[in-house]
Ligand binder design. Sequence first.
Ligand code: ZN
Length: 448
Amino acid sequence: MYRGGNQVGGTCIEIRSGGSRILLDLGMPLNDRDGRDFLVDPLKGKKVWDEKDILDLKQSGILPDIKGLYQDDKKDFDAILVSHSHGDHYGLLHFANPDIPVVMSTGAMRMLETLNAFVPRQVPLSNITPAIHNKDISIGGFIIKPYLMDHSAFDARGFFITEKSSGKTLFYSGDFRATGHKENAFKMLVDRPPMKPDYLVLEGTSVRRGDPEYKTEKEAQKAIREVLEKGPRLVLVACSGQNIDRICSLYAEARRAGYELVIDPYIACVLENLRDLPYAGNIPLLENAGMRVLIHKYPCRPGDKYVGKIAKEGCKFKPFIPMLGRKKLKPRDMGEGKYIVLVRDGTVPAIKAIPGYKNAFLIYSQWKGYLEKKHMKLTQFIFESGLDKNTKHIHSSGHADVSTLQALVAALEPREIIPVHTEHPGEYDNLFPRVPVTIIPDNTSKLL
Ligand SMILES: [Zn+2]
C-alpha cells in the first residue's frame, strides 16, 4: 500500500506474486508529505509538478518511491491497472516507464486522449490494453477481470484479480456509487457477483459523510429543473467537463425548459471523442439541437485558446473545427436568449465577456470543498463577481454511501476487507461487523 490506506487521493497499490508485479492506480495525491496542498504554487500560480523531476517529487513525497516503475529506471512491472480517469487515480501516470502496459477502459482512455490535446503534460497512451467489462486479461502471474462500475468518471472499472499459482482472489472496487445514470452497473454487480473474493479492497470516501442533499443523479437533475422553471435567463453551471452524467442531466433539462446548453470547445471534444462507443448513445453531442459552443476572442487574434490547440497539425480534433464554427456562440452576442453555460477555471475570461454575467444564477455542481480553495480561478471569480449571492449547490456524489458499501459487501461475501481511498479506515470494523477488516497503512505491505 503506497498510498490510499488512510487517505483520499493518490491511490497507489502494488500486488505481487512471485516475480509478477502489477500496480492498481497511480494517482495524484491531494497533499504532499507535510499535508500541504501542493497542486498550485501560491506564489507563481503554476502547477508545481510541471517544474520538478522524478527525484524531486519522490523527495517531497508526491511520487511514491517504487523501484522499476518510473522512466528513470529499468521496467519491472507487468502492468498498471487504472480504475478511472480521475486525477487521484491516474494523475502520476506520465512519470511511469512507457514500456509498462496500462490497462484501462476505452472510455477512460478517450477521456485522457482528449485531455492530452489541451494540456502540456501528456499521459502516455501508446501501450493500452482495453479493460473490457467481464473479459479476462492474463498478465504475468494474474488473471484480471474488469467490471463496469457506476461512478462520476465515465466508464470506470473495478478489477477482480486472481493469482494463478494459488487461486487466491482480490476485488478492487475503485471508486463507485449506485446512484448515477448507470446505476444498473451496481445492480448487475450485486445481482450476479463475481466468485467470493478472498480480499475486497473497498473504497470508503463517504464512510463518515452524512446524508447528502441530493442522493442520486436523478434528484440532482430534478433540482436543476426547479431552477430552470424559475426562469433565469442566464444560468452558469460550475461542473467538471468530465462529469458526463451531469452533462446528460443538464442537456435533458435544458431541452425541456427551452434553454440552449453552452459548452466550451474542450468539453465539445470530450463528448465528440465518446460518440462511437457503443454504450454512449445518450451523450449529447455538439451537433445536437440546442447545443452551442462558447468561442471567445473570435475573430480577433490570437483567437480562442482552445480552438488554437485543436487547430494544431496532428490534433485528432482538427476535423471537428467546422462544427465548432457552425455552433459557435460569442460571449458578446449572449445578451438575448436563454442559456445554460458550463464554467470551469479555463473559461472564466470568456464568461466575463458575457454582458450582464454578474446577474446570472449560478448552479455550483461539484464538490463544495473547492469553494474553500481560494487559489482556484473559478472560486476567486465566483466571490469577486458576487455570484456567490445568487447560487444553489446542486450535486450528487460520485461515491458510495454506507448502505451501498454494505450492500456490496453482503453480495460479494469477501473473506476479508481492506480499506482504501478513505480517511477513516478505523470505521470499517463498525460498518462491517461480520467480516474481518485488515488496515494496511500507507507505505506498508502485507502478505495475503
Ligand atoms: Zn473518482
